[in-house]
Design a protein around this ligand. Structure first.
Ligand code: 13P
Length: 263
């Protein structure tokens, strides 16, 4: 197979400047340069990216940086987009990745599939790898519509991209009802949904791209359940919220990935 595992932390709207630097330092102390087979990525709030980048640069760390969102356009000249953060700004902050389409952004900011698709395209044009989130509500899940729903989200996000761009992108399956709730789908379900997403990528871009694209699971992924989720055939890692705010928990998940994910 040859897909490199990914363990990404999404800090969401947490920390202060001081606590973000402390947390980054703790994570660097336990994870830096010990896991060459895993892409370890931290996505702090915009305001703390530089502080975290300074920690990693001082340590010459191999931990990588991501943002949690980006504005969908990169206008020429004066950019009339109050309160937004551009793709060029993320590059300036040494972000190699950016989360897009997180269910919290879709819900709170009304981000549509089409808007998410514009962000994905823009990021790839600027050399930043998108971590494209998808995931269904409890109602959709209960009605048995998960595959159809997430396939619709991912189809729109990927439509019109080149095979090369899709192959380097990351997709994260995050059922909304599992985020921050302690509820997790049974492992067979997680694998089946991730397999369906890979199947969609195969249908759209062919087998080579489907085998290359990395698909993560997110939603109450913790040290206690990582051993059930990370070895799944179609799961290439995790997008971790709450547990990424604790250096030991985050490291435990990274350790599980090393032990369990033979790719
Ligand atoms: P939790 O791990 O806190 O459930 O959050 C998952 C998530 O939304 C990551 O993007």
């Amino acid at each position: 197979m040859g897909r490199k595992a990914v363990i990404a932390g999404n800090w969401k709207m947490n920390c202060t400047w001081a606590s973000s630097v402390r947390l980054a330092q703790r994570i660097s102390d336990c994870c830096d340069k010990k896991y060459p087979d895993i892409d370890i990525i931290l996505c702090p709030p915009f305001t703390y990216i530089k502080g975290v980048a300074n920690v990693f640069s001082f340590d010459r760390s191999d931990i990588q940086l991501g943002a949690q969102n980006v504005y969908e356009e990169m206008p020429e000249g004066i950019a009339a987009a109050t309160g937004q953060v551009s793709v060029e700004m993320l590059k300036d902050l040494e972000c190699s990745y950016c989360i897009v389409g997180h269910s919290e952004c879709r819900q709170h900011n009304g981000e549509s599939d089409e808007l998410v698709a514009r962000k994905v395209k823009l990021l790839l044009e600027h050399g930043i790898i998108p971590i494209i989130c998808c995931g269904e509500s409890l109602e959709v899940n209960k009605a048995g519509g998960t595959v159809e729903f997430v396939s619709g989200q991912i189809r729109t996000a990927l439509e019109g991209l080149s095979a090369t761009d899709v192959a380097k992108s990351i997709i994260a399956y995050e059922p909304i009802w599992a985020i921050g709730t302690g509820e997790v789908p049974i492992p067979e379900k997680i694998d089946a949904i991730c397999a369906a997403i890979r199947g969609l990528v195969r249908e759209m871009f062919g087998s080579e791209v489907a085998e290359a694209v990395r698909i993560l699971y997110g939603g109450s992924l913790k040290p206690a359940n990582a051993h059930q989720i990370l070895p799944l055939e179609n799961v290439d890692g995790g997008l971790i919220g709450g547990a990424s705010l604790d250096a030991e928990d985050f490291h435990d998940i990274v350790k599980s990935a090393k032990e369990l994910m033979k790719r």
